[in-house]
Design a binder for this molecule. Sequence first.
Ligand SMILES: *Cc1c(COP(=O)(O)O)cnc(C)c1O
Length: 435
Amino acid sequence: MGTRRFTAYSAKHLDELLRRARLDEEERLKVRAVATVLPFRTNAYVVDELIDWTAAPDDPIYRLVFPQADMLPADDVARLAGLLRSGAPAPELQAEANRVRQGLNPHPAGQMDLNVPRIGLDPVPGMQHKYPETVLFFPKQGQTCHAYCTYCFRWAQFVGDADLKFASDDVKQLAEYLKAHPNVTSVLLTGGDPMIMGEPVLKRYIEPLLEIEQLESIRIGTKSLAYWPQRFVSDPDADATLRLFEKVVAAGKNLAFMAHFTHPRELEPDLVATAAERITGTGATIRTQAPVIRSINDYPAAWEVMWRRQLTLGMIPYYMFVERDTGPQDYFAVPLVRAYEVFRDAYAAVSGLCRTVRGPSMSATPGKVCVDGVAEISGQKVFVLHFIQARDPALVGKPFFARYDPNAVWLTDLRPAFADRFPFEQIPQNTRLSA
Ligand SMILES: *Cc1c(COP(=O)(O)O)cnc(C)c1O
């Protein structure tokens, strides 16, 4: 297993894989119908080492990567399944899938327009500059992953619709932008998954950043440690990748490996421990994050076990997120009050060394909002919240309140308490960091 080369399983392997979960023909057709709308991709490691097939389709790792028949409205699924059953021409199937997709909020939090940085008047593609000190960069060759999570908020980037994609291969433009904005101290390479890129390509993005003096940290957002740890152990470019990481550290930059782990089982294989040891051996740090997802990790023990195991592997727990308002969110949504309880109970059970984690946090348009808890103030039950990050730094770290609502799943469901407006509703509409 350790020496096999990476190969992806895609929608054309779906029917065969679904038989392994003992789905009957009708159920398989429905899942395939969903997979015409939402992207599907996995690999042999996830299928053979992580999924417990005796528990599928209820197994949490199965649910993490395989589409479910009820992820989309039943009438949409029935119509798409009908087209598949009758062998409808591909363009007809595509048109119907596109129509369903459009109804799914493919672009959360103003992703397409609010954060586009500019050089002069020209927008710089493949970048977001939302917080003063941090720039996100989406390398063009990093717009896929070793496997796709069913709950991914960036799923629109993985389907064939060019309008929904944004990425850049122009690292010179990024460097130019950074030189013109000396307040930016952190670059976050994201995607997709930048670690899908081979070392020769990854190097072309990273090396020019080492010349930017003010840059303190380079982060890589990735799920590769969970979905393909071979990337750092036995892949042909594993050693070269580690040398590249060493080079970042030698240049005096912090290399933060932002590892996405959703479920404790992803941390169990020895291969993950070996990969983590090799990565931290370069001087890089590994920080961990994931959203709370209904039916996959929405109970405290999942997080407690993850944080403890991460600590022993030399990783630093970083964020617990609330699932974003995109795609089939209803399907995975956890009420804010439940996300808070899961966080609190797990946090209370671990040592202070794990309590570097923050959350549950919503990455919303005005910034990252943390649910600190539920309190009763002057006889009114309220949510206590604060900004961990904000477009407007003046908002960071100041408590504010919302009326308690047991069904609220996102910031937009909340109403202010003890005030007419939320603090972030007082920012002028045209605030644009990157203008
Ligand atoms: C979370 C996030 C960051 C990084 O924020 P930190 O609090 O520094 O980890 C940067 N940009 C966006 C858009 C984010 O959501």
